[in-house]
Ligand binder design. Structure first.
Ligand code: AMP
Ligand code: GLY
Length: 422
């Protein structure tokens, strides 16, 4: 089967890498892809949804997999389905679970899914009143998509009021902040849980833990994620069972009852507070960098998983995972997450260590090629070094072993990925 992957990040690279191991995959395409996905398939310079659908019709694409949220929220799945093309992802309507925090919070409340106490409002007076009723820290969220920057954890009441004021006036996030969610702060440990859904059935993947802050010891500004590992021992069978019964099943049923069956990846941002999983947020896509660790843990066919989910036959898919751990360390540009850095060449040493060669690999993200074909770091999160092992410790040492072989000017990585499990 020919497969098209939409997106340009390390997440999409890792999905491509998993599909490349599959005998069932013939031609693999990325739109737009990055400077390294062309090692796995062919990059396409097409972004218009109808033109992508034209390409799929002309090139006998049997499955399109959508990586990032923006095309999902913008309706790529609807365009493809109208043209009877097979696509893995959520419809525009269902993608509101990520596209609007207000939609998501109200949905959780309607279906009794546990989440932080909140209000949604566009009124300063109402905001101040609710803020005054909470203890600090206080969480303020812009309603719409803000590229992962729309959440402020205010350390005191004044800071929370200031954040609300700046959002509602449109100063901080434009229209995306003209309505806000204000909620209580949850104190616990955070998990990333992914359920592959076909509208009726679902499969839960090994739970991961991301590291959102830029610096070691969870200091510095929030980022898209500086590294992750899976499966995390912080989840036990009891928490998985609670997630199934209290979260995933009511969500899929609720989406069906409300006429927008959920298909694609349900990314559940969980805070475990005193052993209870409380939902921070939903996304409608894989986490990045979590996907880069989960994909290599998949033992059975990645094509079968995504294809069967896309045609509503997940129940008949055979899905198995390796009995291993994966640790992924993000290497980012010097100016991440503030601004992009000037392109700089990436040098990867010849890997002489058999152990690293056999058990670690790179998922490329913010990379391009210069005129001479050299691999360049083009800013943001550049790549993820992923190590696999029989223990987290082993996977961790292989991931960092590989990091030591990768060089570019002003590279930055956290040195403590997976610390909560080591
Ligand atoms: P979100 O985009 O809603 O996932 O928020 C981004 C990050 O902010 C989350 O990954 C959490 O680390 C943090 N966060 C969001 N909501 C809360 C909350 N109610 N309590 C504590 N931390 C939160
Ligand atoms: N790593 C978290 C995210 O992709 O949103």
């Amino acid at each position: 089967m020919n497969v098209l992957i939409i997106g340009a990040g390390g997440r999409e690279y890792s999905i491509g890498l998993a599909l490349r191991k599959d005998d069932g995959v013939d031609n693999l395409y990325f739109a737009p892809g990055n400077g390294a996905t062309d090692m796995l398939g062919e990059n396409l310079d097409i972004s218009d949804f109808n033109k992508l659908a034209d390409f799929c019709e002309a090139n006998d694409i049997g499955l399109t997999i959508v990586g990032p949220e923006a095309p999902l929220v913008d309706g790529i799945v609807d365009v493809f389905r109208d043209r009877e093309l097979n696509i893995f992802g959520s419809s525009a309507q269902a993608s509101q679970l990520e596209g609007s925090k207000i939609f998501m919070k109200n949905f959780l409340a309607r279906h009794n899914v546990p989440t932080a106490k909140y209000i949604e409002t566009d009124s300063i007076e109402e905001s101040y009143k609710f803020i005054n009723s909470l203890e600090a820290p206080i969480v303020v969220k812009a309603d719409g998509l803000c590229g992962g920057k729309g959440v402020i954890i205010a350390q005191n009441h004044n800071e929370a009021k200031k954040a609300v004021g700046e959002m509602l006036s449109g100063d901080s996030f434009g229209d995306a902040g003209k309505r806000v969610v204000i909620e209580e702060f949850l104190d616990g440990y955070e998990l990333s849980v992914f359920a592959i859904c076909d509208g009726k059935d679902f499969v839960v993947l090994p739970a991961a833990q991301d590291h959102k802050r830029l610096l070691d010891e969870d200091k510095g500004p929030n980022t898209g994620g500086m590294g992750a590992y899976a499966p995390t021992p912080l989840v036990n069978d009891e928490i998985y069972a609670k997630l199934d019964e209290r979260v995933i099943k009511p969500t899929l049923k609720g989406m069906n009852d409300e006429g927008m069956p959920f298909t694609g990846v349900l990314f559940i941002g969980v805070m475990v507070v005193n052993g209870e999983p409380i939902i921070l947020e939903y996304n409608v896509r894989f986490g990045d960098p979590e996907c880069e660790e989960i994909m290599p843990l998949l033992k059975s066919s990645a094509l079968e998983l995504f294809y069967k989910a896309s045609i509503g036959e997940l129940a008949s898919a055979k899905i198995e995972f390796h009995d291993k751990y994966a640790v992924g360390v993000v290497m980012a540009s010097g100016d991440y997450p503030y601004k992009s850095s000037a392109p700089t060449q990436i040098i990867i040493d010849d890997i002489v260590h058999d152990d690293i060669e056999a058990n670690a690999h790179i998922s490329f993200a913010g990379v391009s090629r210069d005129e001479d074909g050299n691999l360049m770091a083009t800013g943001g999160r550049v790549l993820v070094c992923v190590g696999l092992g029989d223990s987290i410790k082993e996977a961790h040492s292989r991931a960092y072993g590989l990091c030591g072989q990768v060089h570019f000017a002003r590279k930055h990585c956290r040195m403590d990925i997976a610390y909560q499990a080591l």
